[in-house]
Design a protein around this ligand. Structure first.
Ligand code: URP
Ligand code: ZN
Length: 464
């Protein structure tokens, strides 16, 4: 099957090219001008951007978190992703039973995703305890299953101790796998949660107050120091939310530390703790880390522009406002943590980033496509427009204007944190391995068409 996309502005992380893109059998065949495609389908992209499909390396589909289950499964969640221009995800699997091997959750997640996902998908392993068996499994899963990243949490019940994290980082350095880390100081967070709750201060704003910026900065610093002591082990800071945390990363890089990857998410660029002002509405934005200040947002935009932050993911973890989120009414500690966002990412970053001149269109491709793909061992199969890459393509009309509303989205949550936000630009068409999956904001692809991605080694800027 052949398709040609004619007369578009093709975007890579380093340049824009006016021309055509030829796709055949799910693969990009050629970029150029005056290309033709006998007997194939022709798509006119005059006046439009032609982007690589975006890669979201931080989603939580079908997540069981304590008593709560995230409401998007791998079908609804990946339909939403596709409608937002994301054509591959790497999902963070939930914690399994205490003491389970790494493979337990990977097996569970194949059962959840296989036959349901509409875009290609991989899994990060999750570290809940560390022993010789786990260290051996890291190698086996990387080699045999293409699971080349293993997440560690510094908070929540299954957090790792510094000693265990250090041990895992050393192992990651030996194997060439990467350790994404959720950085919050668990001791301070838990003390403050109890402090506020015991004084009856239980509105959503106290969710933010119980997780101050320095909780993140301290944990980021600790992780980076441990990674340095482990020989500059490959480490990746997930969902960075603060200027203080960003400074810790700049310090580490200035010291010469290598093998650091950094991610933020649209919510930390575009929303602030103002979202918690209303005790009921504020539940929508209860997520960890919490939303911060306008100054933090500005600092993070600066981090995107100067390359301190490598990737923008979503931490998509949707619950319904009318159902699960209501558990937090009058007690923020009982509110399930997380918010939807997988569909909003590319439209928001185009509108608020590119159209407003904060980042370039090439930066957008670097941050949402090429860098996450490289960091998580998917490059150049994903995240780029080049011959041989998967024909995952997004056609975006930069002149369209619309308003972001929940009614135009496709996930199972019943709200968006960005309700009513005006958007510059709109996605016209999304192709997944050459097949049209989204047309005019309607999913037209096939349930189960997504394939499991066996990933390779992470490639970090400045890697040894
Ligand atoms: O609040 C969030 N982000 N929930 C998802 C789990 C996590 O902490 O990443
Ligand atoms: Zn997460």
């Amino acid at each position: 099957m052949k398709t040609i996309i004619k007369n578009g502005t093709l975007v890579t992380e380093s340049e824009t090219i006016r021309g055509d893109l030829l796709l055949e059998n799910g693969i990009i065949q050629a970029l150029g001008t005056g290309l033709s495609c006998e007997g194939g389908t022709e798509i006119d992209a005059s006046g439009k951007y032609v982007l690589p499909g975006a890669v979201d390396v931080h989603t939580h589909m079908d997540l069981q978190a304590g008593p709560w289950r995230a409401v998007d499964d791998f079908y609804t969640g990946t339909v939403a992703a596709a409608c937002g221009g994301t054509t591959a995800i790497v999902d963070h699997v939930a914690f399994g039973p205490k003491g389970c091997p790494l493979r337990h959750q990977i097996d569970q997640y194949h059962k959840l995703a296989d036959g349901k996902a509409v875009i290609d998908y991989g899994f990060h392993g999750v570290l809940q305890h560390v022993d010789e068996g786990i260290l051996a499994e890291m190698e086996r899963l990387a080699r045999e299953e293409g699971v080349t990243s293993f997440k560690a949490y510094l908070t929540y019940d299954d957090k790792l101790s510094d000693a265990d994290l250090f041990r895992v980082l050393r192992r990651a350095g030996e194997l060439g796998v990467i350790i994404p880390v959720h950085c919050e100081n668990d001791g301070v967070v838990n003390y403050l949660r109890g402090y506020y709750k015991s004084r009856g201060l239980t509105d959503p704003i106290y969710h933010a107050k119980s997780r101050p910026a320095r909780c993140e900065a301290e944990a980021v610093n600790r992780v980076l120091q441990l990674a340095a002591m482990a020989g500059d082990a490959p480490v990746y800071i997930v969902h960075l939310s603060t200027a203080a945390g960003l400074e810790e990363i700049r310090h580490a890089r200035a010291r010469g530390q290598k093998n650091i990857g950094v991610e933020t998410c649209p919510q930390y660029l575009l929303l602030t703790e103002q979202a918690y002002a209303d005790p009921r509405e504020g539940l929508k934005a209860v997520m960890s880390p919490p939303l911060r200040t306008q100054a933090d947002c500005e600092a993070l935009w600066g981090g995107l522009a100067d390359g301190t932050i490598d990737a923008v993911a979503t931490d998509h973890c949707p619950f319904r406002f009318a159902v699960e989120k209501q558990a937090g009414l009058g007690d923020f500690t009982a509110c399930p943590n997380g918010a939807p966002g997988v569909e909003e990412r590319l439209p928001l970053l185009y509108s608020q980033g590119v159209a407003k001149g904060r980042i370039s269109i090439c930066d957008l491709v670097r941050l949402l496509c090429a860098a996450p793909s490289r960091l998580y061992g998917l490059y150049p199969q994903k995240g780029t427009l080049r011959p041989g890459a998967d024909a995952d393509v997004v056609i975006l009309d930069p002149n369209a204007q619309r308003t972001l509303t929940h009614s135009g989205l496709h996930g199972a949550a019943d709200y968006t944190c960005y309700e009513g936000m005006p958007l510059q630009g709109a996605i016209d068409l999304v192709l997944v391995r050459g097949q049209v999956a989204v047309r005019d904001n309607r999913f037209v692809g096939e349930k189960g068409a997504g394939r499991y991605l066996k990933r390779g080694r992470s490639v970090l800027a400045g890697q040894d």
